[in-house]
Design a protein around this ligand. Structure first.
Ligand SMILES: [Fe+2]
Length: 388
């Protein structure tokens, strides 16, 4: 109807005997001819936004992929069985008792793992988003075929505490200022307390804060604790043990599995956890946070399995993973396979999420076949695989 009215006015203008001016006036006056184009553009943008939002909220978080890769130690170490070990790696389930969403994921995992012969099941932490997710965590473990050599885990920061995102910007700013003050104090400027209390933010600080944020440091504020003892007990009843700063030898193999407490909320002791591991033993290290890679002792590990980053969760064209929560890895290393020297790292994108959206970083389960080192070439390609 609006178009018809405009047509009528246009017709009256033409009848007014000034066709040239009349036409020009109709195009410009009030943007009448441009308005439909403008509205169409706005609707298109809104529609695209709604479609992408719907995809990120309702589709991708449930699109559980299966990844497979084969990894060989890059050092000439004996102890991995000739046929290899089939490791199922899970991470970052973040269950909170959102039954419909979580049951859907559990069913996807059940299908992905059905019929698999699993030697070792590992979970690299953030089982819980909060305590109300425990029943679904147990249902997830129950849905997976029993591993031959055992099930092991490490805790993630979210297993210890829950966070508030509402005050994340202010909390991150305070952490940034405290860190800046510490750096200033360590440079002999003044005490950290003095610096925090008396220094004021200037443009330079804001610029540095911007860089701090861009390097993926957005911290939510811990606002309560989860019952981690209950989680440990319940999983122990399912046969899953936590490796808190300790190591185990996997059955009759020569492979050692080491676990370290969470870097943010736990009390990690990497040196202590490696103390009983022979230098020449193939070593797999479980750490929730992949930043462990920067610890000198981590170089002893042949393979580090980690989570925590969620693969950035939102991966944008040209920018890449947006929010990786790692200080030591580049955005390109925020998920999947990478290497530091002869230590190989696999970072899991997780099965769940705190903020329930994913874009370009679908959840997954990963089967890692740990194969014997190549005796003829200790260095070289350590990994073959595909992404789900
Ligand atoms: Fe997580």
């Amino acid at each position: 109807m609006a178009v018809t009215e405009r047509s009528g006015k246009a017709a009256r203008g033409l009848k007014g005997g000034r066709p040239a001016l009349g036409e020009a006036g109709l195009r410009d006056a009030g943007g009448r001819r441009r308005a439909p184009v403008l509205w169409a553009g706005l609707w298109a943008v809104a529609g695209l936004g709604a479609a992408l939002g719907g995809y990120a909220f309702l589709y991708e978080p449930f699109d559980v992929r299966t990844e497979r890769l084969a990894v060989r130690p890059l050092r000439d170490k004996a102890g991995v069985p000739g046929e290899g070990l089939n490791i199922l790696h899970l991470s970052d389930t973040h269950f909170r008792g959102a039954d419909r969403r979580e049951r859907t994921k559990i069913e996807q995992v059940r299908r992905a793992t059905a019929g698999e012969e699993i030697d070792l099941l590992v979970h690299t932490g953030d089982f819980l988003h909060n305590d109300s997710g425990l029943d679904n965590v147990l249902a997830l473990i129950d849905s997976i075929p029993k591993p031959r050599l055992g099930a092991y885990a490490v805790t993630g920061n979210h297993d210890h505490v829950f966070y508030s995102m509402r005050r994340a910007p202010l909390y991150t700013w305070r952490l940034f200022r405290a860190r800046e003050a510490e750096n200033g104090a360590s440079n002999g400027a003044r005490s950290a307390t003095e610096a925090t209390e008396y220094s004021s933010a200037g443009l330079r600080d804001l610029f540095r804060f911007g860089r701090y944020l861009v390097s993926n440091r957005i911290d939510a504020e811990p606002t309560g604790v989860n019952d981690i003892c209950r989680l440990r007990r319940a999983l122990a009843e399912r046969g899953m043990q936590f490796l808190d700063n300790r190591a185990v030898r996997l059955g009759e193999t020569g492979v050692y599995l080491v676990g370290i407490e969470d870097l943010m909320e736990g009390e990690p002791d990497l040196q202590g956890s490696l103390a009983g591991v022979p230098q020449d033993a193939p070593t797999v290290l479980l750490s929730h946070n992949p930043d462990i890679i920067e610890a000198a002792a981590a170089a002893r590990a042949d393979l580090i399995l980690a989570g925590h980053t969620h693969g950035g969760q939102i991966v944008l064209p040209l920018i890449g993973p947006t929010y990786t929560q790692t200080e030591q890895l580049s955005r390109g290393e925020a998920s999947g396979y990478s290497r530091r020297g002869k230590t190989q790292v696999y970072v899991h994108r997780g099965l769940g999420e705190g903020v329930p959206v994913r874009f370009g970083a679908p959840p997954h389960v990963t089967f890692i076949r740990l194969l014997p080192a190549r005796r003829d070439s200790a260095v070289g390609a350590g990994c073959d695989g595909n992404r789900g």
